[in-house]
Write a protein that binds this ligand. Sequence first.
Ligand SMILES: Cc1cc2nc3c(=O)[nH]c(=O)nc-3n(C[C@H](O)[C@H](O)[C@H](O)COP(=O)(O)OP(=O)(O)OC[C@H]3O[C@@H](n4cnc5c(N)ncnc54)[C@H](O)[C@@H]3O)c2cc1C
Length: 467
Amino acid sequence: MEKSFDVIIIGGGPGGYVCAIRAAQLGLKTACVESRGTLGGTCLNVGCIPSKSLLNLSENYRKAKNDFNQQGIEISEIKLNVEKMMSNKSKSVQVLTKGVEFLFKKNKVAYLRGKGVIFSKNEVVVYDNNNETSYKTKNIVIATGSAPTSLPGIEIDEKNIVSSTGVLSLEKVPSELIVIGGGYIGLEMGSVWSRLGSKVTVVEFLDHITPGMDREVSKEFQKILTKQGINFKLNHKVTSVTSIQNKAVVNFTNNQTSERIRIECDKVLVSVGRKPYTEGLNLSKVGIKKDEKGRIEVNEKLQTAIPNIYAIGDVIKGPMLAHKAEEEGIAVAEILAGQAGHVNYDVIPGVVYTSPEVATVGKTEEQLKNKNINYKVGKFPFLANSRAKVNNETDGFVKILADFKTDKVLGVHIIGPHCGDMIAEMALAMEFGATAEDIARTCHAHPTFSEAVKEAALSVDKRAIHS
Ligand SMILES: Cc1cc2nc3c(=O)[nH]c(=O)nc-3n(C[C@H](O)[C@H](O)[C@H](O)COP(=O)(O)OP(=O)(O)OC[C@H]3O[C@@H](n4cnc5c(N)ncnc54)[C@H](O)[C@@H]3O)c2cc1C
C-alpha cells in the first residue's frame, strides 16, 4: 500500500469524494480517509439521499390514498408497510455509497478506512480499530462536514427525541410528532411523517419558517404546508424536552404573550441546525484557526492558515449544502493541479424537496432592499400554467427579480411542482449574466412547468401572455 501522496483528503462526503476524484483525474496521487465505514458522508448516508427517498415514497403513498380515486384510479386497499419503505431507502443508500467506492477504484483514489488525524502539515495518521498508519502528503484537504446540534439542556437520545438521523429510520409512524425548528430539514421530515399519518406540529422561535428564504415565498410555503395538515407554532421558544417511557414532553412559551404550552407526543425531532465537525483533527496543534461558529477559516483559495492545508464543505462558512461542498472540492483539486479553481457563491441554488418543492437562487427581495438595489419583479402563478393544471399541481408561483436599469437577473424564487429541477436553468442564466429579456426570448417547450419561468420573465416587463 502506497504511503506517500500528493493530496490526502480527510472525509469522504460530497466535498471530499468529489475533490478526490477530480484530483486523481488531474494526475495527482490521491487518498481519501473516511471513518464512517461507507463513503458518501452525511449526504448519502443520513442526509440528502435517504430523506429524498422517504419524501418520494411518502408522496406516492399520499397520492395513492388521497388523489387517485378522484382521478379515476380506483384502488380498494392501500396498506402502508414502513419496514419495506425503510428497506427500499436503505437499498438506495447502499447502491449509491458502493457507487462512490467503485468510482474511487476506477480513478485510482486510495480509500483509507479509519479516522484521520493531522500530525503535521505533511503527515496524516489514520486510526482504524487498533491499527495506526502514518502517511506522508504534500497537501491536505479537510472535508469532515458537520453534525446535528441541539438546544441547551435538550439531550437527543435517538429514541423519543431524535435528530435528523433518527427521524430517517423510525420503525413506525408516530401518532404525534413535534418538529423543533422550521428550517428545510424539519419541514422535509415533517412532511414525510405527516403524509404517512402523523399529526405534525412545527415549533419555530422566529415569526416565519425557512429563515433566509425570500419572505413572500416563505409565507406561501407555510400556507401550503398548513393546508396539507402541518401545524405551526411560530414565535415560540422551546424551554424543555423530556423523555418519559414511550413518550416525550415538549414545553414551549409564546414569545409575545408568555403563554406556556405543554405537548405530550411520541417523537420529537430536534432540527435546529448543524455544527461543523472538527473533533480529534488536531487543528490547534498544527495552527489551523476556527471562527466564532467553529468553522475552519479559509481564504478565497480555500486555504487555511497553513498554506498546504485546505478546507471545504460544511466545515467552512457558507450554505451547508452538498452541491456547494462539491463545487469547493473541484475548485481545490484544480488549484492543487495549478489551474484556476473558483466557486461563484452568488449562484448556489437551494431546494426544499417538499411537495410542492421550493427552489431559489441569487438574492431575495429583502437582500436587495437592504443593499438599496433598485429592482423589478416578474411573477407568474402555476395556476395559469397548462401542465400544472392538467397534473393538478397548481400551488405556487415563479418570482424573478431583475435589476431595474440593466434587467440582469439578480434572483429567482420558485415554489411549485418540480422547481428543484427548473432552478438549474435559472442558475445557468445567472452564470451567463442573463437578463430577464434573455429568458423571455428563450423558447420553452409546451406544455411544461418551465413555461412558468418564461412567463415570469415576460412579467418583469408586464407582458406575460397567460395571466
Ligand atoms: C437530513 C438531511 C438532509 C439533507 N438534504 C440535503 C439536500 O437535499 N441537498 C443538499 O444539498 N444538502 C442536503 N443536506 C446537507 C448535506 O448533507 C451536506 O451539506 C453535505 O453532506 C456536506 O458535505 P461535506 O462533504 O462537507 O460533509 P459530510 O457529508 O458531512 O461528510 C464528511 C465526512 O467526513 C467523515 N469524517 C469526519 N471526521 C473524520 C476524520 N477525522 N477522519 C475520517 N473521516 C472523517 C464523516 O464520517 C463524514 O462521512 C442534508 C443534510 C441532512 C442532515
